[in-house]
Design a protein around this ligand. Structure first.
Ligand code: BEZ
Ligand code: FE
Length: 281
């Protein structure tokens, strides 16, 4: 059988007719149709095809448990943020979600309200506080707040050779829904760009920078998990985030304070959870 053009595409789509689930068939059929349409649209050459295969091979080869190059690729192509948008349709009162990123680590240290979680990380001290609320503005007591962020040099603890975690912890909100901890003032930093994703960015005339932010993941029974950041107002990279994660509602002021001869910062941001019923899947 000489399959060409649309006949080839339809034959590949039909090859999934016996799929183990309807969803699998739907996803694979659409994937094949879009891949073929893409190759036709750009008139993909064989050289380009082999370059792409080599790129994906190297993306796999550089990946480890802590270096997630495929996640990074999805991030810089905007696929992560597209999926975040599709998966988190919730009321406007709820805090918007953004990209998870590759630097979350299971099993962070437990902190008490007001603890310093910087654990010696370089940077200006920063008091981070707020409430976890529901969409009616009522406090959620006992919500689990996970937080992680980079230091003043733009590195997460997992990117450094350290004995213990820095700027990373989980804590529970009190009866009024408060969370509060000391960390360091976040700075803008480049996503890892010494691998295939870095090549892609440079070839596209793009930069690797992310605007300064603090990561949060908040969970509470009956509520949808919130994965988000709080971004620092005034950061020069807010409009050119390498992973397209910025949302206006997630930008907050980091206020400078002078205490005798010491400088510190503070930021206050309420995290509003939607119930599972309020979240459309
Ligand atoms: C981050 O914010 O930690 C991050 C997100 C996406 C790609 C790289 C880093
Ligand atoms: Fe980050």
């Amino acid at each position: 059988m000489d399959l060409q053009g649309d006949d080839l595409t339809e034959a590949v789509v039909a090859s999934f007719d016996g799929s183990e689930s309807d969803r699998y068939k739907t996803v694979m059929s659409a994937l094949v149709r879009h891949l073929h349409a893409f190759a036709r649209e750009v008139e993909l050459t064989e050289d380009e095809y082999f370059t792409a295969i080599d790129f994906l091979t190297r993306t796999g080869q550089i990946s480890t448990g802590t270096r997630q190059e495929f996640v990074l690729l999805a991030d810089v192509l905007g696929l992560s943020m597209l999926t975040v948008g599709l998966g988190n349709r919730k009321p406007p009162e709820a805090t918007q979600s953004t990209v998870f990123g590759p630097f979350f680590v299971e099993g962070s240290p437990e902190a008490q309200l007001g603890d310093d979680i910087a654990n010696g990380a370089p940077g200006q001290p920063c008091l981070v506080s707020g409430k976890v609320l529901n969409t009616k503005g009522e406090p959620i007591a006992g919500a689990l707040v996970e937080t992680w962020q980079a230091d003043e040099d733009g590195f997460y603890d997992v990117q450094k050779d350290l004995d213990g975690p820095q700027n990373r912890a989980h804590l529970a909100t009190d009866a009024e829904g408060n969370y509060r901890f000391w960390a360091v003032k976040p700075v803008a930093y480049p996503i890892p760009d010494d691998g295939p994703v870095g090549e892609l960015l440079r070839a596209g005339g793009r930069g690797p920078m992310r605007p300064a932010h603090i990561h949060f993941m908040v969970t509470a029974p009956g509520y949808s998990r919130l994965i988000t950041h709080v971004f620092a107002a005034g950061d020069e990279y807010l409009d050119t985030d390498a992973v397209f994660g910025v949302k206006q509602s997630l930008i907050a002021d980091f206020t400078e304070h002078q205490d005798d001869d010491k400088t510190y910062y503070s930021v206050e941001y309420d995290l509003v959870l939607a119930t599972t019923e309020e979240t459309q899947q």
